[in-house]
Design a protein around this ligand. Structure first.
Ligand SMILES: C[S@@+](CC[C@H](N)C(=O)[O-])C[C@H]1O[C@@H](n2cnc3c(N)ncnc32)[C@H](O)[C@@H]1O
Length: 213
């Protein structure tokens, strides 16, 4: 990590910490009581409950609660905001001990090699507006997802918002998102979802579901 990377990381971390310290979970535009689309893709990718699943930028979402309730035993939740991770742990109570919690920036954190069966990311990749950040992200996926493992990425679609939480985002079609990842990732499915925010507005999301070859 260079000194400049460090400054960006610290700024980003402080930014997200401030978002989570000043808003209740259901006051955030991306809030959904349950991430049904993500759950459905994860269960398709990994019917075996011993599969290792990592949620990138899990924040305060209930995905981890729902995966635990479905019997998944090897879950890792990563987020740049330790405040969000702490709130999620508190919500879960003792069952939080069965989850691996990782605080860090996905573009710079060191992840183990060929370990994950499923990589899930809802609404993180689209914040990577610099090509170097996206290259670093894809490198992490390549390194840490097993061959035959699955990758689920949810971003804003081409009709989605241009900003989220005051930050610029990159919008994607299935083709342009798949292109970021390259040919080692075979696209199995992609869908659009109109997400209803807690404020009654809608946002177009795109989900891509790939297998790593
Ligand atoms: C829009 S929220 C989505 C939260 C959750 N995935 C959901 O769908 O409810 C984006 C999340 O990504 C985290 N995040 C942003 N940039 C990140 C980065 N570079 N590395 C890891 N987490 C990041 C934020 O802290 C936040 O929790």
């Amino acid at each position: 990590m260079t000194g400049l990377d460090n400054v960006f990381m610290t700024r980003t971390e402080a930014y997200w910490d401030s978002i989570y310290s000043t808003n209740a979970p259901n006051q955030l535009s991306w809030f959904r009581p349950h991430l049904e689309t993500s759950l459905s893709f994860i269960e398709t990718a990994a019917p075996n409950r011993e599969s290792r699943v990592i949620d990138i930028g899990g924040g305060e979402s209930t995905l981890v609660d729902d995966l635990l309730a479905r019997g998944y035993a090897k879950i890792s939740t990563l987020d740049i905001s330790s405040i969000a991770l702490e709130a999620t742990k508190q919500r879960l109570g003792v069952v939080a001990d069965g989850v691996e919690w990782m605080a860090g920036d996905i573009t710079t954190i060191d992840l183990p090699s060929t370990i994950y069966d499923v990589w899930h990311d809802r609404a993180v990749f689209h914040f990577l507006t610099e090509p170097t950040q996206r290259t670093a992200y894809v490198e992490k996926v390549r390194k840490s997802v097993k061959p035959g493992g699955h990758v689920i990425i949810g971003t804003f679609g081409t009709e989605g918002p241009t900003k989220c939480s005051g930050l610029s985002v990159q919008r994607y079609s299935a083709e342009s998102l798949h292109e970021e990842f390259g040919r080692r990732f075979r696209l199995i499915d992609s869908i659009h979802e109109m997400h209803e925010t807690p404020f009654g507005t809608t946002q177009q999301f795109l989900y891509c579901f790939c297998v790593v070859e």
